[in-house]
Design a protein around this ligand. Sequence first.
Ligand SMILES: C[S@@+](CC[C@H](N)C(=O)[O-])C[C@H]1O[C@@H](n2cnc3c(N)ncnc32)[C@H](O)[C@@H]1O
Length: 356
Amino acid sequence: MSSYICLCGETLINGASQRDALMELKNICIRALTLDDLDEIRRLFLQASTEIGFSDDILSAAVSDDLNHLLKSRSLERAKHYVRVLISDMENARFNSKDDFNVKLWKGYSEIKTDSLWLLERRRSDSGQKAWYWGNFVPQIPRQMMLRYTKPGSWVLDPFCGSGTTLIEAARMKRHALGIEINSEIYSKVRESLGNSHENLDVHIVNADSINADFKSIMAEYNIDSFDLVMLHPPYWDIIKFSDSPSDLSNAETLQDFLEMFTKVAKKSVDVVKAGGYISLVIGDAYRKGEIIPLGFMCMDIISKMGMKTKGIIVKDMQNNRGKRNSENLWRYRALKSGFYIFKHEYVFVFMKPSK
Ligand SMILES: C[S@@+](CC[C@H](N)C(=O)[O-])C[C@H]1O[C@@H](n2cnc3c(N)ncnc32)[C@H](O)[C@@H]1O
């Protein structure tokens, strides 16, 4: 068979051999995706596991699990689904290893996006993430940010935590995370769903207003010195009302008020992110009185003026936006009548805090 046999003929105990083994398993996955015969796929993986002798030293629990599911799959479609999950979990395993991100292994990091246009698949359903909260983001967004800018054991802050997408994804990727959410009902729901099931990981949600809360004392409570990454997903002004609280950014009466409220949370985020750390801002624009209000660029400008370096302006497709799904024709009619374009995208901005 292929070259992996001799590659992995050495003892698979040191880091380099583990990387080789994972790399070869990944090559096998890529090959499996081109096959149209379930038995052939099964044979390929069975043969690989005998010849490479994958042990728990080599595979993380998640990867072993995927491999088992794959071998038990009864349909070609299911088997290929697990091949894809396996590839994704292997990326994660790579980051779970003692090695930090190593750009020399760049060919193995195929899951990490480096392009500025994101056409994401629908919400991943294999991660325990549910879409019950209107106004949430897909877990792929915090995942991409965490894959690239954090490692296992890093700390992630989400000051507009909502349904806890960032927290759930962080726990899945073995990152510590702190969420702040103003709406007490949402807070309770997320608090309950988080439970205490994150062994050796700190994943917390606090019911507070990020404009007025003292971030430093919340951090002291949880023994956090600084954050490696802050995910900011504020309300897109008043497009969706999230609560009745006057401190909720979705209740800002004017654009000026909204930007001032955002500035306060952004400033605190910049203060608590470590030098060399990152802030990711996810936001869409608004349309008011016959013209576009470019909330995205306005908020980008606010953060970049705080001494942060802009590293990414990503346009993310939102064709599947629930709000407009059943009224496409009406929106098209309105757009044609009033001369505007229907929003089909939002932004993911990435900023880095320069080292001193
Ligand atoms: C766009 S949603 C974030 C959704 C989240 N990313 C998710 O996947 O569920 C914005 C959230 O910010 C919360 N929020 C608004 N103003 C806030 C404030 N001052 N402090 C904390 N949370 C706030 C809202 O209640 C809402 O849950």
